[in-house]
Design a protein around this ligand. Structure first.
Ligand code: C6P
Length: 418
């Protein structure tokens, strides 16, 4: 157990690795960046890796026999190995580069889904899902005649599992977010995954909000597919990945076709490359993959257990500070038990629209997201037109939380709630 002050001290040191955090806002305020669930900031080491790649190693991969091309290929495939190790995949061939979580999920939907689902089958997801883990399944269900079912959530965003076995009847695919981007709920995967497998379903996990923040072990979780985005884990935008178990990936048809994903092409026929390249048509996002490898190095140097412990403690501290505003009308959403939630806090202030609230927080240098957070059905179910959302990462400190609390008090004064 690390002492609270030690966690915050280290976070202050870590924040210095992120040059963007040192700049004041145009109003001269200190920047309190509390929107890492949307996209994280990048440490200098990742920015340097990008510049280094373009300065010294840039060439197309898997094609050239010259030294530079070999160096680029080695950097690209080396990054794949780093990310595969980071999530404890059995082998790097099970790690496919994509643009982001959204593309990873669409890959599974188009490739595995169209090949495997028939009328009478079912897909099970939850009421918490980001549109990226909902719309692909709506379209797949419409195309294949499969049924789309939902694990319901209660008023605090907790999964209701009493009727899980009943709901799993006939299900071929369970698709769940590990951590809800709207409410921070951590899905009880240790309960759901074995029961899904026992019912004959495979499991896809949308790990966009978990892989950046905690140790995620695909083999310990025994998930079949896992999707994540580089830009939420200190890496660049435009690079993400899909993990899949070898046997599943090998049996799936390609999603996109063209160069690099082929073994042999004739005028009327093509045989496909091995995994992972079978799913990587065209020139890949080489530089950003390499920089994501640097982001993984950076996170591993700090330690994912440390990241998780720090965020847990900072979230508990933020909840404590924010609760002092409850008498002024601050409503905080999401799981009540801290062990069920991550570093995401959704809230509203009385009947102030979340966008107005976020704009006032911005005048104090506090960056939070406001809106439906790409979970429109969840907002409608809960009866919230929108929420504001603060989300924490390894570089956030108690000072950021105090700045948020101060800005909320200012908003309460402006709206005559205090
Ligand atoms: N959530 C947020 O502010 P992409 O855009 O493909 O990198 O990630 C999509 C995605 C999928 N699942 C979950 C759980 C997510 O949180 C996100 C992205 C951001 O909450 C942007 S909408």
């Amino acid at each position: 157990m690390i002492a609270p002050s030690k966690l915050d001290e280290r976070a202050k040191t870590i924040a210095r690795d992120f040059p963007i955090l040192a700049q004041p806002t145009s109003r001269g305020k200190r920047l309190a960046f509390l929107d890492s669930a949307a996209s994280s900031q990048k440490p200098q080491a990742v920015i340097d890796a990008l510049v280094h790649y373009y300065t010294y190693d840039n060439a197309n991969i898997h094609r050239g026999v010259y030294e530079l091309a070999e160096r680029a290929t080695a950097a690209f495939e080396g990054a794949r190995e780093k990310v595969a190790r980071f999530i404890n995949a059995a082998e790097s061939a099970e790690l496919i580069w994509t643009r982001n979580t959204t593309e990873s999920i669409n890959l599974v939907s188009f490739s595995w889904g169209l090949q495997n689902l028939r009328p009478g089958d079912a897909i099970l997801t939850s009421q918490l899902e980001h549109h990226s883990n909902l719309v692909p399944w709506q379209l797949l269900a419409a195309k294949t005649g499969a049924d789309l079912r939902f694990i319901e959530v209660d008023a605090n965003g907790m999964h209701e599992l009493d009727d899980l076995d009943e709901k799993l009847h006939g299900v071929k695919l369970v698709a769940l977010s590990h951590i809800s981007n709207s409410l921070g709920t951590i899905a009880p995967l240790e309960t759901i995954v074995p029961r899904a497998h026992a019912a004959g379903a495979i499991v896809l996990v949308d790990a966009a909000q978990s892989v950046p923040h905690m140790k995620v072990d695909v083999r310990a979780l025994d998930v079949d597919f896992l999707a994540a985005s580089g830009h939420k884990m200190c890496g660049p935008t435009g690079i993400g990945f899909l993990y899949g178990k070898r046997a599943l990936l090998e049996a799936m048809p390609p999603f996109l076709t063209g160069g690099d994903m082929i073994k042999r092409v004739e005028y009327r026929e093509t045989s496909f490359n091995e995994i992972p390249w079978k799913f990587e048509a065209g020139t890949s996002n080489i530089a950003d993959a390499v920089a994501l490898g640097a982001a993984v190095d950076y996170l591993e140097t700090i330690g994912m257990d440390w990241v998780h412990a720090h965020e847990r403690r900072l979230t508990a501290f933020a909840l404590e500070r924010m609760r002092t505003l409850e008498p002024l009308g601050l409503a905080i959403y999401g799981p009540l038990d801290p062990k069920d939630r991550s570093g995401i806090i959704a809230f509203n202030l009385a009947d102030v629209h979340a966008h107005d609230l976020a704009s006032i927080l911005d005048t104090e240098g506090v960056c939070v997201r406001a809106g439906h957070h790409c979970t429109m059905p969840l907002m409608e179910k809960m009866g919230w037109p929108a929420t504001a959302r603060a989300s924490f990462y390894l570089y956030n400190t108690e000072e950021d939380v105090e700045q948020l609390a101060g800005a909320l008090h200012k908003a309460a004064r402006i709206f005559k709630l205090a």
